[in-house]
Design a protein around this ligand. Structure first.
Ligand code: F6P
Length: 549
């Protein structure tokens, strides 16, 4: 297994990076009227503009060679074929099967998984229709008005993000809430305005052992039972489970008929397409949920079959590698100009950072090159009035993704036009910048005194040459959203493949969980365990503050 840094294309890219170090994108645009045409791709409804990147034809050619030399083609084929590419957990990685709309069989261990996938989708349809039409009744016979999704990580972020993104498609008299944090404030605040008789809980946990979710689920069950006079038969009307762990679901007291299954070949952060997305289906209806799947499937097919040079996730992934490994960019900003996409960066944080935040390669060797970036962001235009200052004039290079719909679902006065104008302007400003001379001339024209010109012009100079991608689509429909999410999933795949890491395990989350289990009883008194002096002192101080010393 070759390390990526030893590949010929990697070496050439290092050299090429030095060649273009002093070149400015502004000049490239001026000298090449076709630059946008050459560095943009229209795929379905999505336009991907990557012309505002520090790339030339040669850069792209070398990056594509890097993809080839990394064995990306074979790795994509292995994922779609159901090979156990998650080597540390010995599992296939088949979230693509969840949204597969064709007739092809997809095998895991020699068994076609598609009949099971379709069976659960049909069960989701039946159930969501019953709840949405009011046929499903609570323990006093009233229809459901509020759904509370209890889950964390992939069992929360994806469904929460999609449900919020598709707000214009919601059924108005059915509200969907999300509770993730074990901090009781999350649950209590959510339950405050709700009625036990009309609230349905979805306990969503792949393992059904996650401390936060199970703690919230037990408290929610107590809340229900208080109103039901302790009658446990009420649980069947108010609790359903989404899990791979049938045994634990039953032990919790949830009727197995009210369990929606998924499978160990679906990673938590890739699970919104499964029954983990039940809250989405309840909010927008199963037809819309299936449109979301269709959008993702179209992207899967594009990723699987399109030559790398025209393949959106491939190009996007390679651009990220270019900055992370050759420019030392440590982070990546995702900036949706869409209030409904406000949870998109949160979802991508888990998707990207849990997948590629890895320090050993597939052979278990420590890597000596940067892997997954720190992903962050929030919707525009809000960010423009806080952190964009650093993006424009700070000392860090932060590649950005802008996402924007040409039309809004509402079209209130000038709002949307202003939103779009700002989005396009930010990408332009990051690329072009403003030279010292331009700033100075502007100030002089405004009559600024000569002795202040240099100081003020320096502060108003923008270096520019700061890279961004822009995704433009007509409207944020379920289908477009499905494609966008799948695009990011496959981008993460491409990067993991080149970095030669396992993008599908997450062992880094385990140690903290283990230590928390040890500390938990110690907070109540008794012997403190084997801790460093700081942790021991903190436990003891906490006990004193809680009055349990
Ligand atoms: O702790 C990390 C993690 O395992 C994520 O990968 C996962 O999405 C989340 O916890 C929740 O896990 P579960 O769905 O099993 O409750």
């Amino acid at each position: 297994m070759t390390v990526p840094t030893a590949l010929p294309a990697w070496r050439s890219l290092e050299e090429h990076r030095r060649e273009i170090a002093d070149q400015h994108m502004r000049d490239w645009f001026e000298n090449d009227p076709q630059r946008f045409q050459r560095f943009s791709l229209q795929w379905g409804e999505i336009l991907f503009d990557f012309s505002k990147h520090r790339i030339t034809d040669k850069t792209l050619g070398l990056l594509l060679q890097l993809a080839e030399q990394s064995g990306l083609r074979a790795k994509i084929d292995a994922m779609f074929a159901g090979d156990k590419i998650n080597v540390t957990e010995d599992r296939a990685v088949l979230h693509v099967a969840l949204r597969h709309r064709g007739d092809r069989a997809i095998y895991v261990d020699g068994r076609d998984v598609m009949p099971e996938v379709r069976r659960v989708l049909a069960k989701m349809r039946r159930f969501s229709e019953q709840v949405r039409t009011g046929q499903w009744r609570g323990f006093t016979g009233r229809p459901i008005t509020d759904v509370v999704n209890l889950g964390i990580g992939g069992s929360d972020l994806g469904p929460r993000m999609v449900t919020t993104a598709l707000t214009p498609y919601h059924k108005e008299d059915l509200r969907v809430h999300y509770v993730a944090n074990v901090d009781e404030a999350d649950l209590l605040d959510t339950l405050k305005g709700l009625d036990q008789e009309t609230t349905l809980f979805l306990v969503v946990s792949k393992t059904f052992t996650t401390q936060e979710t199970m703690t919230n689920a037990r408290s929610a069950r107590d809340w229900l039972l208080t109103a039901a006079g302790g009658d446990e038969s009420a649980i069947a009307r108010h609790f359903v489970a989404v899990s791979t762990n049938r045994h634990a679901v039953q032990a919790f007291g949830i009727d197995p008929d009210n369990m929606f299954e998924f499978w160990d070949w679906v990673g938590g952060r890739y699970s919104l397409w499964s029954a983990v997305g039940l809250s989405i289906a309840l909010a927008v209806g199963m037809d819309r949920f299936e449109e979301l799947l269709e959008g993702a499937y179209a992207m899967d097919e594009h990723f699987r079959t399109t030559p790398f040079s025209r393949n959106l996730p491939v190009v996007m992934g390679l651009l990220g590698i270019w900055y992370a490994d050759f420019f030392g960019a440590e982070s990546h900003a995702v900036l949706p100009y869409d209030q409904y996409l406000r949870h998109f960066p949160d979802h991508l944080q888990q998707l990207d950072m849990e997948s590629n935040g890895k320090g050993v390669d597939l052979a278990g060797r420590p890597v000596d090159y940067p892997t997954g970036p720190i992903v962050w962001g929030q919707p525009g235009t809000n960010g423009q009035h806080s952190f964009f200052q650093l993006l424009h004039q700070g000392t860090h290079l932060v590649p950005c993704d802008f996402l924007v719909a040409a039309r809004s679902h509402h079209e209130l006065g000038e709002h949307h036009r202003i939103l779009v104008a700002n989005c396009l302007a930010q990408a332009e400003a990051l690329m072009r910048g403003r030279t010292f001379e331009e700033a100075r001339a502007e100030l002089a024209a405004q009559g600024v005194a000569d002795d202040r010109l240099d100081l003020l012009a320096a502060a108003r100079t923008f270096p520019g040459n700061r890279p961004s991608s822009l995704f433009l689509y007509p409207e944020l429909t379920p289908k477009v959203l499905g494609s966008l999410i799948a695009l990011y999933e496959h981008k993460v795949f491409v990067q993991g493949a080149v970095w030669n890491v396992n993008s599908f395990d997450q062992w880094g989350v385990e140690l903290g969980k283990q230590l928390a289990r040890a500390i938990l009883p110690e907070l109540e008194g008794g012997q403190t365990g084997d801790h460093d002096a700081s942790t021991r002192a903190l436990i003891e101080h906490c006990r004193r503050l809680r009055g349990t010393a």
